[in-house]
Write a protein that binds this ligand. Structure first.
Ligand SMILES: C[S@@+](CC[C@H](N)C(=O)[O-])C[C@H]1O[C@@H](n2cnc3c(N)ncnc32)[C@H](O)[C@@H]1O
Length: 196
């Protein structure tokens, strides 16, 4: 059943997010979830309304997940990959048949996509913190994103640091960058389109 969203998810999710940030600051990378302004910017930049398969890396407590689901066509699928078990439990509670909540690491992107037999994604959206992860791990993830995307597929990363742009340059080129100031902290949105 699409879009059945518990009313108190923002409050509960916000508390869990801060608790988990205090335990794993480098892995989570941000003290509070993304603002609704950032959610909207990401959904618009990704062209979700015309996507068939969307992959989300680092879904957290699911704010952007829900924004994607609101914008996504009825027939489309969203695969949301999250490494934190508490966040994963919150994602599993989102009642929407189009959502696959996967507990695991973006490092296994290729294997996870083939596990669900989804086909190539038109869009990959990532909030995982490339600035705090090991350089070779980040490079491997970005290489996998680039190879998994369909031709003309889009990759959107929201990050404070521009390290993702440096690491992604060999695979998808230069891309575009904008900033959403109505977020704590102000967040850069990096955007690439894979050439045919
Ligand atoms: C900045 S938070 C973004 C959370 C949420 N999407 C939002 O916008 O509020 C980054 C998220 O990436 C997750 N994460 C970090 N490394 C990951 C990895 N290798 N694979 C999957 N998720 C990861 C963290 O647990 C955290 O939930």
């Amino acid at each position: 059943m699409p879009n059945k969203i518990p009313i108190n998810y923002k409050v509960d999710g916000g508390l869990v997010f801060i608790q988990e940030f205090l335990k794993h600051p480098l892995q989570i990378g941000s003290i509070i979830p993304s603002s609704r302004y950032l959610e909207r910017r990401i959904v618009a930049a990704a062209g979700i309304a015309s996507a068939n398969v969307v992959v989300e890396l680092g879904a957290g407590t699911g704010g952007i997940t829900r924004a994607i689901l609101r914008a996504m066509p009825e027939h489309a699928k969203l695969l949301s990959i999250e490494i934190n078990p508490h966040f994963h439990t919150l994602l599993e509670n989102i009642e929407d048949d189009r959502l696959i909540a996967h507990f695991g690491s973006a490092y296994k992107l290729k294997e996870i996509i083939s596990l669900y037999d989804l086909g190539a994604p038109n869009v990959v959206i990532s909030g995982i913190p490339f600035s705090t992860m090991n350089r070779s791990t980040g490079t491997q993830i970005l290489k996998a994103i680039s190879s998994q995307l369909t031709p003309n597929g889009r990759f959107i990363a929201y990050q404070v640091s521009n390290r993702v742009a440096t690491l992604c340059q060999p695979f998808l080129g230069s891309g575009q960058t904008t900033t959403e100031f109505l977020n704590i902290p102000p967040m850069r949105i990096f955007q690439w389109e894979k050439k045919e």
